[in-house]
Write a protein that binds this ligand. Structure first.
Ligand SMILES: Nc1ncnc2c1ncn2[C@@H]1O[C@H](COP(=O)(O)OP(=O)(O)OP(=O)(O)O)[C@@H](O)[C@H]1O
Ligand SMILES: [Mg+2]
Length: 418
């Protein structure tokens, strides 16, 4: 082994310690490399047989650090994740680090590319991140194998994943973890959503995937050994473990969308510890130890909701534009929606529902009643509703004007002359 000068496997003293490397040319007189060329045999090296082995590690003197402006192949993935998932920078950093490691080849080739565990409060972007990663890696957020673990709470349901032996009921049905689905493309994402809800037999399958990078199907044939290779997959588990504890913690610290970011930073650490502890109680050590990235998503601050609203409205506006309408929301309407969407226990979901209920459904109704027509410009604003006794979203339609033809314009000018 390079650099190990003794049979005991200990690093050779000179050249292996950081001390030597950090002080280039520290020794007086001749440079050390020359000294080694003429090194005399020394009997004191244990197991050295009276001969000193040549030193193979050169002195490291060139400082290396991560450049600021250079691009890595993972940068475009980061850009997509940041565009889709708002306010979870640390989670995105951790994912990108795992991908860079695997891209550089610094990973065990007999295990999945990465095994990530996403935890944290409900509705803050865990599943959304897995979807965004699928879009970044495969161009479509649906291109992943998604296992909704709540559907695998019964022991027999595991057969849907790995099949059942020949002769058993359903032994001819297709399986989720078929070779074709798992092995065809590199970096296939396997998402185990809400992993704690599955039966422990599924956890055992997961252990096998994490540990050996492969899984043996219940069904084998003469030509097919039934062994499915998971070494090119990215395994993601999402979990709500500790959700109740997180809720209590958030209430205690009064964390929520209205909390200033500084105090949220402080409580992020508390949430992290709580989740780790809850996980310790749910999964055995051999399971926890095989997770390569343990990522705790944070409760989102109020400012993040405006960014998420912008993203949601972009999606609605695009759908709407395809039907021929142009949609715009005033700042008052945006504030109104964010206030409706504020719910620290439910995360972003109430905001998603508010956009559906107060914008999309209302516009669909207006179109159904013929109040708006393709080609219209629609402005959503807020106004006081005397019937309801409160403010609500209202819609205004810009009057459509027919463009005048050149001939008409000419006639007009003539008319003005008279
Ligand atoms: N950080 C975020 N950035 C962008 N959109 C988000 C974010 N968090 C949540 N959303 C929106 O809220 C919806 C619910 O989020 P998601 O499904 O990721 O929640 P989750 O964290 O997986 O929660 P649960 O643990 O309850 O499954 C998503 O479809 C998305 O539209
Ligand atoms: Mg989820």
């Amino acid at each position: 082994m390079i650099g190990f000068g003794s049979e005991s496997g200990r690093p050779e003293k000179a050249g292996m310690t950081g001390e030597t490397a950090a002080k280039p040319g520290h020794g007086r007189g001749k440079p050390k490399a020359d000294k080694h060329k003429t090194a005399k045999p020394i009997a004191s090296v244990p197991g050295g047989g009276g001969r000193k082995l040549p030193r193979l590690i050169p002195e490291a003197t060139i400082p290396v650090r991560i450049p600021k402006n250079k691009k890595t192949p993972v940068d475009h993935i980061r850009a997509i994740l940041e565009e889709e998932v708002i306010g979870q920078t640390r989670a995105i950093d951790a994912i990108c680090r795992a991908l860079i490691r695997s891209h550089a080849g610094f990973r065990n080739p007999y295990k999945p590319v990465a095994v990530m565990y996403f935890a944290g409060p409900t509705g803050v972007g865990k599943t959304e991140t897995a979807r965004a990663l699928a879009r970044a890696l495969h161009g479509d957020f649906r291109k992943m194998i998604k296992v909704d673990c709540s559907e695998y709470a019964e022991p027999h349901s595991i057969a849907r994943l790995i099949g059942s032996p020949p002769g058993y009921v359903g032994s001819d049905l297709p399986v989720v973890f078929s070779k074709e689905a798992v092995e065809t493309e590199p970096n296939t994402i396997i998402l185990f959503d809400e992993v704690e809800k599955a039966h422990f037999r599924l956890h055992n399958l997961l252990l096998q995937i994490m540990d050996e990078g492969r899984l043996t199907l219940a069904r084998r044939t003469k030509d097919d050994d039934g062994i499915v290779d998971f070494t090119k997959t990215i395994v993601i588990m999402t979990s709500n473990i500790g959700a109740t504890l997180i809720d209590n913690l958030m209430k205690k610290h009064r964390i929520g969308f209205k909390t200033p970011s500084a105090s949220m930073e402080e409580s992020d650490q508390d949430i992290y510890e709580t989740v780790k502890e809850a996980m310790r109680r749910t999964f055995p050590p051999e399971f926890r130890n095989r997770i390569t990235e343990f990522i705790v998503f944070r409760a989102l601050p109020r400012e993040a909701l405006f960014d998420i609203l912008r993203k949601l409205l972009n999606i609605s506006a695009t759908r709407f534009a395809n039907l021929g309408f142009t949609l715009h929301l005033s700042q008052a309407a945006r504030d109104w929606l964010v206030d409706r969407g504020l719910d620290m226990e439910m995360g972003v979901r109430p905001l998603v529902k508010a956009v559906e209920k107060y914008i999309e459904t209302k516009l669909a109704e207006l179109q159904g009643y013929g109040q708006i027509k393709p080609g219209d410009f629609i402005l959503a604003d807020v106004a006081y509703d005397p019937d309801e006794g409160e403010e609500r979203i209202i819609f205004k339609r810009a009057r459509r004007t027919r463009r005048k033809s050149k001939a008409e314009k000419k006639t007009e000018i003539k008319f003005e002359h008279y």
